[in-house]
Design a binder for this molecule. Structure first.
Ligand code: ZN
Length: 932
C-alpha cells in the first residue's frame, strides 16, 4: 500500500512540474527577508550561522561612475573613499577605529568597490556581541546619508586616489582604455572608468562632491543587507526604526540607464604599448539583457546558453593542447557587459606572429558549432555537470558564505534577478533537462552568433605582423563561408580512471586514536600512514593532504629548472590513459580534484571532493602514483608557453623589477635563484621532468596522509584499502637538505632606475633575523607585522597621501632555517619615495625603542582572537590541527600554543622582538625609480 501511494505521489508531482508553463516565475528563496521602507530604501536580511556569532553588513547603491558628468569623472569612486573618512557618528577615522578595536581589518573585513553602475560598501564577519549590531547599522545609516565630507579629509584623500591611479596604471590598462569605445560602442561607458580623471580628482570643488552625494546617494537608490548569525525579526525592527528616519530626496533626478547603441557594422580597435610585448584578440557580440522578472523560460534559456558555450570552450581547450595550434590559449564566454547588455566573447592569445591563424582557428570552432551544433554526448555531459552542480549547491546550502549570499541579493536589487530557491529550481531544471535536445543547444548558439553588434579589439606588438581590420573582416567572411568545416566528433571508449590497472588491495594493519585532536590513524599494509578525522562543519566537503619531506632540496642544481615545471606538465598531460581534455570528460559530473606539487623542502599531494566522490579522489591519488602521464605533445605546448612567457615579460616593468631584485639580493647567476630567461628555459627538459617526478613521487610510504571532512569511517576504510594500501612503497623515509641562500651582503641599499611610461617608484624593504622557532616569537613577530600595517596605513597613506596601498608585514619561517622577517613594500609617487622609506623604517625603530601604541596592540589582539574563533567553523581548521600535530607535535587547539600567548602579550614583548630583528643586522632596501 505504501509503495503504491508513493508511486502515485511521484507521478502527480512530475506531472505538476512537467506541465509547468515557461512563463511561470522561478520559486523564490523564502529564507531571505526583503522589504522596502516608505522612503524607498530596500532591505534584505538573511539568518545563517555559517560564521558563528558574527554578521556582515552591506550597502548596495544603484549608483556608479556612469552617472557622472564630464566634470565629475571620478567622484563616485572618491565618495567611496570618503565613506571611511568621517561620518556624522564616526568623525575622522572613527569607523575604522571602532571596528578595528573589535578585531576587523581594513581592506579585508571593511572594504568597498565602485563600478560603472553600482557601489557597494561592506563590513564583514563582525562579531554580534558588545552592541556591535547597532554600531554596524549606524555605520550603514551614516553611509546612506550622513557622510561628513569635510574639506580637510577631502584634500587629504586626493593624494591617496592619485596613488591608486598610479599603482594600477600599466601597459595593459592603457590598452584597455583604447578598447573601451569599441566594446561599449562610444556610449557613456566608454569614458567612465571609475578611477576617473586625475585632473578632476586634483581640482574639484568641495561643493561638487557634496552635490553629487546629495543627488545620487539616496534612499530610493539604496539597499542594505544584513547577513549572519542574527534574528531576522529583531533586525527588521531595528532597520525600520533606524532607516525610516532618513529623509527621501525631494525631486530626485531620474536614475537613467545607459544603453549601448546597436551597430550594424563591426567596430574595431587596434593598439600597441611600449610595455606590452604579447598580442591578444578579443571578439565580442553584444546582446540586450532583460531586467524583467525571471521565468522558467529564462532559466531554460540560461541553461541552454551555458551548455552551448561550455561545449565550445571544451573544444577550444582540446585544440590548444595540440602543439601546432596557432594560439597559446583562448576562451569563449557569455556574460554581463553592462546593466542592460550581455556579450558573447571570444578571447585569444596568439603565438608570436600568428595572429591571423590564431583568429582563424578559434573562430572556426565557434562557427563549427553555429553550423553543425553539438553531439548528444556533449549535451549529456553538460547535463551531468549541471546535475552534479545543483546537488552540490543543495548539500552545501547552509555553508554558503556571507559574500555569496550577498551576490544573490545584489543581483536581485540591481538587475532584478530571482533569489531562487535552489531545491525547487533543481526540480524544474531536471524537468527541463529531460527535454533538452542537441537541436535546442544548436539554436541557442545560432541565436547568439549575430551579424550585428560585433566588436573586435586587437592588441598588437610593435614590429610584428599584426592582425589588421581588413584581414580580420576577411577571416570572418572566409570562415563563415567555408565549405571545409566539418561537424565535431569525439571518441571516448567508456574506460574509467582505473581501467586496465591491476589493483591489489591491501589491508589496514593497525588503528589508533588520538583524543587530543580527535583523530584516527590507520597504518596500511604497505606502510602508509593515514590520519583521519570526521568533520562536517562544512557539509559534503572532504579534503586530502599528503606530505613528504625532500622536495627540490634533494635535487642537483641542473635539475632545478625542470623541477619547476613538474606540476604544469602533469596538469597538461592528463592522467593514466587519458589526455587532459579526455580526463575532464571522464570526470564530468564528479566533484573530485587532485594535484601534486613539488616545493622547496617537500612534495605534496592535495585533493578535495564531495562526499559521494571520495572514491574518485582516491582513484586519482592512486593513478598519480602508479601511472602518471607525461605527454610529448603536452611538453611541446609547455615549451611554447615558456617561450611566449619569456617574450611577454620582456617589456613588462613589474617583471623587470622582479629580476633586478633577485640580482640585487642574490647576485647574478646564482644557480639556486635563477631568473626566468632563455638560458633557464634551455635547461628544462622532458626527460628531466619525468625523472624528477619518478624520484620524488616513487615512494608512497614516505608520504604522511591526512583526510579530513564529511566522510564516514565505514565509507573511507575500504577505499583506503583498495587505493592507498595498494600503492608501491620502498620505505625510504627521507628528510630535506638546508639549501638556504644567503644575501650578497648583510645590508643592501640600492636605488635602481628603470625606463617607464607612467613614472612610479616601487619600494622593497626587508629585515631578517635567524632565531629559534619558539611559539611566542612566532606570534609576536606576526603581531609586530600587523601593528606596523596599522602604522603605515595611517602615516604613509592617510597623513602623507603618498601611497595607495602601503604594505607592512612580518612572518616567521620554520623550515629549513627558522628566521623572522619584517617587510615593507609599496608603489608610490617617485618624488616622495625616499621620505616614505624613512617613515616606514622609523615606524619599526619606534617600536623597538618602546614607543608602542597600546591601541594598535589591542586591535591586533582582538583580531587574532576573533579570526581564530571564526576559523574553527571551517573543516580547514581541523586539517591544520592534524597536520601540525602529527608533523610537529604541536596542538594548535591547546591555548598555550596560541590563545594564551595572544591574550597575555604585552607591549614590551613586541618591543623585544622588534629589537631582536633590528639587532640581526640583516636588511635590504631597494627602491625602483623611473629613469629620467
Ligand atoms: Zn579606491
Amino acid at each position: 500500500m505504501k509503495a503504491v501511494l508513493s508511486y502515485v505521489l511521484i507521478v502527480a508531482s512530475v506531472f505538476c512540474v512537467g506541465a509547468q508553463d515557461l512563463s511561470q516565475p522561478i520559486p523564490v528563496d523564502q529564507s531571505i527577508k526583503k522589504g522596502v521602507l516608505p522612503n524607498g530604501m530596500t532591505y534584505y536580511i538573511k539568518s545563517t550561522d555559517v560564521v558563528k556569532d558574527a554578521a556582515s553588513y552591506y550597502i548596495i547603491q544603484n549608483v556608479g561612475s556612469v552617472l557622472e558628468n564630464e566634470d565629475q569623472r571620478g567622484l563616485a569612486h572618491f565618495l567611496e573613499h570618503m565613506a571611511f573618512n568621517g561620518t556624522e557618528h564616526f568623525p575622522g577615522k572613527g569607523i575604522l577605529n571602532t571596528l578595528q578595536k573589535h578585531g576587523a581589518v581594513f581592506g579585508k573585513d571593511i572594504n568597498a568597490y565602485t563600478s560603472f553602475d553600482e557601489t557597494v560598501y561592506n563590513l564583514s564577519d563582525i562579531p554580534t556581541k558588545d552592541g556591535l549590531v547597532d554600531t554596524c547599522l549606524t555605520v550603514l545609516q551614516d553611509w546612506s546619508n550622513y557622510l561628513a565630507l569635510t574639506e580637510d579629509e577631502i584634500d587629504a584623500e586626493r593624494g591617496v586616489i592619485k596613488e591608486e591611479w598610479r599603482t594600477r596604471q600599466n601597459g595593459q590598462m592603457r590598452l584597455y582604455e583604447v578598447s573601451m569605445p569599441i566594446t561599449y560602442n562610444h556610449s557613456k561607458y566608454a569614458d567612465r572608468m571609475p578611477i576617473g580623471l586625475m585632473s578632476v580628482v586634483e581640482g574639484f570643488k568641495y561643493k561638487a562632491l557634496r552635490d553629487f552625494y546629495h543627488d545620487w546617494y539616496r534612499t530610493d537608490l539604496q539597499a542594505i543587507a544584513v547577513i549572519g548569525d542574527v534574528n531576522v525579526d529583531e533586525i527588521e525592527q531595528k532597520i525600520i526604526d533606524k532607516f525610516s528616519k532618513i529623509p527621501a530626496v525631494d525631486h530626485p533626478k531620474e536614475r537613467y540607464v545607459v544603453n549601448i547603441p546597436d551597430n550594424e557594422d563591426m567596430l574595431f580597435s587596434f593598439g600597441t604599448d611600449p610595455e606590452v610585448s604579447s598580442a591578444s584578440i578579443s571578439f565580442g557580440i553584444r546582446h540586450k539583457k532583460s531586467l524583467a522578472d525571471e521565468t522558467v523560460g529564462d532559466l531554460k534559456k540560461a541553461l541552454l546558453e551555458s551548455m552551448a558555450i561550455s561545449s565550445i570552450s571544451a573544444r577550444i581547450r582540446e585544440k590548444s593542447q595540440q602543439p601546432d595550434a596557432a594560439f597559446l590559449s583562448a576562451s569563449v564566454g557569455y556574460g554581463g557587459l553592462s546593466r542592460t547588455s550581455k556579450a558573447l566573447s571570444v578571447g585569444i592569445y596568439p603565438k608570436p606572429n600568428q595572429q591571423q591563424d590564431a583568429f582563424t582557428e578559434v573562430l572556426t570552432e565557434v562557427i563549427r558549432a553555429v553550423k553543425f551544433g553539438y553531439t548528444q554526448s556533449e549535451i549529456d555531459r553538460a547535463i551531468t555537470i549541471f546535475d552534479n552542480s545543483y546537488q552540490n549547491q543543495i548539500a552545501k546550502q547552509d555553508d554558503r558564505s556571507h559574500k555569496s549570499i550577498e551576490n544573490i541579493i545584489q543581483s536581485n536589487y540591481l538587475s532584478n534577478s530571482t533569489m531562487a530557491d535552489v531545491e525547487k529550481e533543481y526540480e524544474i531544471a531536471k524537468q527541463l533537462f529531460s527535454k533538452i535536445t542537441p537541436e535546442d543547444v544548436h539554436n541557442t548558439i545560432k541565436r547568439l552568433y549575430t551579424k550585428n553588434n560585433r566588436f573586435l579589439n586587437v592588441i598588437g606588438v610593435e614590429g610584428q605582423d599584426n592582425l589588421t581590420e581588413a584581414q580580420a573582416r576577411e577571416i570572418i567572411a572566409n570562415v563563415e563561408n567555408s565549405n571545409t568545416i566539418e561537424p565535431y566528433t569525439e571518441a571516448l571508449d567508456g574506460k574509467t580512471l582505473v581501467s586496465g590497472l591491476n589493483i591489489v588491495p591491501g589491508t589496514i594493519t593497525s588503528i589508533s586514536k588520538e583524543d587530543k585532536v580527535g583523530s584516527t590513524t590507520y597504518v596500511l599494509s604497505n606502510g602508509v600512514k593515514v590520519h583521519y578525522k570526521f568533520v562536517d562543519k562544512q557539509k559534503d566537503r572532504v579534503a586530502l593532504n599528503a606530505i613528504s619531506y625532500g622536495g627540490k632540496s634533494l635535487l642537483n642544481d641542473e635539475d632545478l629548472a625542470s623541477a619547476g615545471f613538474v606540476t604544469s606538465l602533469l596538469g597538461m598531460s592528463g592522467l593514466g590513459d587519458f589526455k587532459a581534455t579526455d580526463l575532464r570528460k571522464v570526470l564530468a559530473g564528479k566533484t573530485a580534484n587532485v594535484s601534486v606539487s613539488l616545493g622547496d623542502i617537500s612534495e605534496n599531494v592535495s585533493g578535495n571532493s564531495n562526499t559521494k566522490d571520495v572514491e574518485t579522489m582516491l582513484q586519482l591519488v592512486h593513478v598519480y602514483f602508479v601511472k602518471p602521464r607525461f605527454d610529448e605533445d603536452a611538453y611541446k605546448v609547455l615549451q611554447n608557453n615558456l617561450d611566449n612567457y619569456l617574450l611577454r615579460r620582456g617589456k613588462d616593468i613589474g617583471e623587470k623589477m622582479k629580476d633586478s631584485l633577485t640580482y640585487a639580493i642574490y647576485g647574478k647567476n646564482n644557480p639556486k635563484k635563477p631568473i626566468f630567461d632563455q638560458e633557464f628555459i634551455n635547461q628544462v627538459s622532458f626527460d628531466k621532468i619525468k625523472a624528477v617526478y619518478a624520484d620524488r613521487f616513487s615512494d608512497a610510504s614516505d608520504f604522511e596522509f591526512f583526510i579530513v571532512g564529511d566522510v564516514k569511517e565505514e565509507q573511507l576504510k575500504p577505499l583506503l584499502e583498495k587505493y592507498i594500501a595498494s600503492l608501491p612503497t620502498h620505505h625510504l623515509n627521507e628528510s630535506y637538505k638546508d639549501n638556504s641562500v644567503e644575501w650578497v651582503a648583510n645590508t643592501i641599499d640600492k636605488d635602481i632606475y628603470i625606463a617607464m611610461e607612467d613614472p612610479k617608484a616601487s619600494v622593497n624593504v626587508v629585515y631578517k633575523r635567524e632565531m629559534p622557532y619558539v611559539k611566542k616569537n612566532v606570534v609576536y613577530t606576526s603581531v609586530l607585522g600587523d601593528m606596523l600595517q596599522l602604522r603605515v596605513t595611517e602615516t604613509v597613506r592617510e597623513s602623507e597621501g603618498g601611497a595607495y596601498s602601503p604594505r607592512a608585514g612580518a612572518s616567521f619561517s620554520r623550515e629549513p632555517k627558522p628566521a623572522a622577517y619584517v617587510n615593507f613594500s609599496f608603489d608610490c609617487n617617485p618624488d616622495m619615495a625616499d621620505r616614505l622609506v624613512e617613515i616606514v623604517k622609523n615606524e619599526l625603530q619606534k617600536i623597538a625603542n618602546g614607543t608602542i601604541n597600546e591601541e594598535d596592540l589591542n586591535k591586533t589582539r582582538t583580531n587574532y582572537l576573533k579570526e581564530n574563533e571564526q576559523s574553527k567553523d571551517n573543516n580547514g581548521y581541523d586539517m591544520a590541527m592534524l597536520t601540525r600535530y602529527f608533523r610537529y607535535n604541536e596542538n594548535i587547539n591547546d591555548p598555550k600554543n596560541f590563545v594564551d600567548i595572544v591574550k597575555n602579550m604585552k607591549a614590551k614583548d613586541i618591543q623585544k622582538i622588534a629589537k631582536e630583528i633590528l639587532k640581526g643586522g640583516h636588511s635590504y632596501e631597494i627602491i625602483f625609480k623611473p629613469e629620467q
